[in-house]
Design a protein around this ligand. Structure first.
Ligand SMILES: Cc1cc2nc3c(=O)[nH]c(=O)nc-3n(C[C@H](O)[C@H](O)[C@H](O)COP(=O)(O)OP(=O)(O)OC[C@H]3O[C@@H](n4cnc5c(N)ncnc54)[C@H](O)[C@@H]3O)c2cc1C
Length: 372
């Protein structure tokens, strides 16, 4: 593994001729190394500068915990994921789904520009007007495909004060709970995100609200009414985004998570739902809101009309749910079992992505199975 501290280190590594695999947080679900590839550890490039106008320049090796803390110190926030040691670059390059994304969009939707070292060692700055195709491709196609990003420039938001939402209980009828969740959560007001996990007999709801406490409680009461049995919500009001993120900081797995996942444009049918409950763990993430108000071809992230994302580690559960799925897969949840990964990750954007790849990396210096 090569440790980079400067852009010049990255250029030197690329010019050495060895094929490199950039690494930020190191949480990619699959090992993309081929024999002889050199891992380029970028965590030394982690400076974070926030301007008075809220534009933040973040070193590509920064981890989410560092990003939230540095932005908090400047009174700013960024819609991004949970998981304190997830890398900002890996997350952003594949999209970036999080607890305030239904209000503010994907992490990549807040990206204003990036500095990238290309396959020939050239350093380029790209944004909407300079190298626009490269900038387009960096917003959601997934990392490691067009160059090594060394820094990212974001349009941050004033740090929201949120109400943290959680509930863990054994629901009387998990099927009804999922049916209600899938009809309700993707259409909830943008300011409220509620994600659901079914784990054995337990149900776990986690979320955040940008609304004042009373309307938050009213919305959650509406949800519980639809479920028909009490939901033991725990609310913690007045938490800055950075505190909510730290509180949800999952224990990071030592091994790569082996999950299968898919986006859903519509609710699971009753038959599928009936067959699904009682099988493997199911994690549902609400989409909709600002995620879906951007055209599917405006950035490389192609999944702009989806209601939710479902993850499971159980192959059989995945097969059952897949009957109702959109066939689309989040590029940040790579899955080597897919029969046509690039089509699932990129949909209609695949053609333009291939053209960008040809323009910026015609010899496929950056390559791995399922790459564009
Ligand atoms: C515990 C956990 C929680 C998660 N939570 C969320 C969540 O809330 N929301 C969400 O959207 N996703 C989430 N993810 C998925 C996460 O977005 C992806 O795993 C992401 O790719 C991780 O990025 P990384 O930098 O940590 O990993 P890495 O393995 O370092 O990088 C991932 C990919 O990006 C490439 N890459 C990394 N840095 C660069 C760079 N500077 N330039 C070019 N390519 C680069 C790598 O080569 C690799 O292909 C989670 C993952 C885990 C394990």
């Amino acid at each position: 593994m090569l440790h980079c501290r400067t852009v010049e280190d990255v250029v030197a590594a690329i010019k050495s001729g060895d094929r490199v695999i950039p690494r930020g947080g190191g949480h990619c679900f699959v090992d993309r190394r081929s024999p002889g590839d050199v891992l380029l550890d970028l965590t030394g490039l982690n400076t974070i500068e926030v301007r008075a106008d809220g534009v933040a320049t973040i070193g590509a090796g920064a981890l989410l915990g560092q990003v939230y803390d540095a932005l908090h110190a400047a009174g700013r926030g960024l819609p991004a994921g949970c998981g304190e040691t997830v890398g900002i670059a890996g997350l952003t390059l594949g999209g970036g789904i999080g607890l305030i994304g239904r209000r503010y969009g994907l992490t990549c939707d807040r990206l204003l520009g990036a500095q990238v070292v290309l396959a020939d060692g050239t350093v380029v700055d790209c944004d909407a007007s300079c190298e626009p195709d490269l900038f387009w491709a960096l917003r959601g196609a997934g990392g490691g495909q067009f160059g090594v990003v060394t820094s990212l420039r974001f349009d941050t938001v004033p740090e929201p004060i949120t109400t943290r939402i959680s509930a863990t209980w054994v629901p009387r009828d998990p099927e009804v709970l999922v049916a209600v969740w899938q009809a309700w959560a993707p259409d909830a007001p943008d300011d409220l995100t509620l994600n659901l996990t079914i784990d054995g007999p337990r149900a776990i709801l986690v979320g955040a609200s940008l609304l004042p406490v009373e309307p938050t409680q009213a919305l959650l009461a509406e949800f519980a009414d639809l479920v028909g049995t009490p939901v033991p919500f725990e609310l913690r009001a007045g938490m800055p985004l950075s505190a909510v993120k730290a509180s949800f900081g999952e224990a990071m797995p030592d091994e790569r998570p082996r999950i299968r996942s898919e986006f859903f444009e519509q609710s699971l049918s009753d038959d599928v739902l009936g067959a699904l409950i009682g099988g493997g763990r199911l994690a549902f993430t609400a989409m909709g809101g600002a995620y879906n108000r951007i055209a599917a071809d405006a950035t490389a992230f192609a999944h702009r009309n989806q209601r939710f994302l479902l993850e499971t580690a159980n192959e059989r559960s995945w097969s059952i749910a897949h009957a109702d799925g959109s066939g689309r897969v989040y590029p940040n949840f790579p899955d080597l079992s897919l029969t046509d990964g690039p089509a699932a990750y990129h949909g209609e954007n695949l053609g333009r992505l291939r053209a960008v790849k040809q323009a910026y990396d015609p010899d496929r210096f950056f390559n791995f199975p399922q790459a564009v």
